[in-house]
Design a protein around this ligand. Sequence first.
Ligand code: CO
Length: 207
Amino acid sequence: MASASVPPARQFPCFRGSAIIGLVPYIRPIIHEGNPTLRKVAKKVNLEELKDPLFQQLIDDMFETMYEAPGIGLAAPQINVPKRIFVVDLQNDKEQGPYVVINPKFTVTEGEIESIEGCLSVPGMIGDLPRFERVVCVGVDRHGERIELEGTELFGRCLQHEMDHLNGVLYIDKAKNVRPAQTEEEKEALAEIEVEGAALERNAASA
Ligand code: CO
């Protein structure tokens, strides 16, 4: 029964490090390139699952893990859950998050721009790759309601980066010069946001 309260696995506090955690979202380990889950096509979510408190917990944990990383997007496969779910939050005042999108699809993809990205699952690296200039992404939210997000600039690239994760694709597959972040600007970008689906124009994009 999907009773309101506490998911079974969360009924008892558990230990993580030295802290006792209880009924709160918790940070899950982010897996890295080389882990086969990152290369799977993630499975569509059966919307019945939304009623399961553990599923809702998963979404909370995804947000928590993204913020802690810190990042601006995280796809479920990155925490070893091969389901078609991602969270995004550019953490600005432009209504570019927080959103969770379940079973996302692009209904519009247009234009092309070159961008610099990194990924929490490929730490310390960046690369240049082409992305659509504008996308419209539809899916459902955590309550099963239809959600539609339009993305350009950094937000648009973030949506595309996360969608790729659901299809077993990493940005390094598309980037032409994957390299360690070396210039001051690059390091700064990585230090700020660990560039999950991000770009060096972040400051401009969120100004
Ligand atoms: Co990524």
